[in-house]
Design a protein around this ligand. Sequence first.
Ligand SMILES: Nc1ncnc2c1ncn2[C@@H]1O[C@H](COP(=O)(O)OP(=O)(O)OP(=O)(O)O)[C@@H](O)[C@H]1O
Ligand SMILES: [Mg+2]
Length: 348
Amino acid sequence: MAAPASWQSIIDALPDPVLALDSELIVVHANQAAHDLFPAMRLGGPVALASRSPELAEALARMVGSGERRTVGLHERFPVVRRLDVALASLAGRLPGEPAVLLVVHDVSERERLAQMRADFIAHASHELRTPLSALRGFIETLQGQARNDEAARERFLGIMAAESQRMTRILDDLLSLSRLEMRAHIAPSGRVDLAETLSAVIEALAPVAEAAGVTVSLARPEQPRFIRGDRDELVQLFSNLVQNAIKYGHRGGRVDVAASEERVAGRDVVRVTVADDGPGIAEVHLPRLTERFYRVDDRSSRAKGGTGLGLAIVKHILNRHGGELRIRSKVGEGSTFTVELPRADGK
Ligand SMILES: Nc1ncnc2c1ncn2[C@@H]1O[C@H](COP(=O)(O)OP(=O)(O)OP(=O)(O)O)[C@@H](O)[C@H]1O
Ligand SMILES: [Mg+2]
């Protein structure tokens, strides 16, 4: 039979950071996770080396010999900003070297960040829906009131109302797309998609949009079919948004060049697709934020162009699911290039 485990070895076996302090609040034992979390802490040193939080110091001072348990929330700024929940339990130890207080730490930074993101997202989504909704309400009231018998106004308002309600439908469709993608994020796509054919189909479907903007779209694609493991509908959605953005935000009467090529990147075979426009470009400060939900460079002009600001967020989710990557290169006045890399399907 194995010898009974010492209390130190039990602490060592726990996955969460755990510290044991004596009645003088000196660290008498700590597991590896605790050392990783508090690099400045050392055995035999005061607990203040781990955290200088006054709340923790105050709680610890009252803890020794109390027989109590409580949890203290810490907002640490150093070495990184993080939120920790520390569960404290008073133990019997009275002599030096004997544990008198046990600290179990939970890093809740990620949980809090997600909660914040969710709250921001709901605020954003309601705001986006409220804008067309209040326009609709305004026009309905006008049509019920002063414009009741004004035929010309009625025609014009109904046109705007139709556009606003379409906009709401688009926002809701895009939000549903995003949530479906999130639900399937961990299921790798299983189809086999001919990328060159998909690109041709996307460009063909957008021909009327390009024509209306006077934009010429060209495609340089490999002769042979190039297969990737993917979901065709999602890939169509991905490239449609990139090509549509290039047409929408590019130069009126300008050009959009789409090219597909095969590359070997970091030891794996990928297909690289670039969508380049000769439009006004995007200032560098915006580039890292473009794939955030509802992020638009120029709110008014993008909204006027029917944009919901969700397209590139959807692109990013589709790429994550496909093990692909997106790079954006742009300079003000020199157009933008969106580059997508997707892993090739095995065997072809
Ligand atoms: N090729 C481009 N040139 C200049 N700006 C661009 C280009 N592509 C995207 N942007 C900017 O990035 C923003 C986000 O694009 P995204 O596709 O996510 O949303 P959107 O086009 O506004 O809406 P949606 O795609 O849902 O219709 C756009 O509003 C636009 O300001
Ligand atoms: Mg878009």
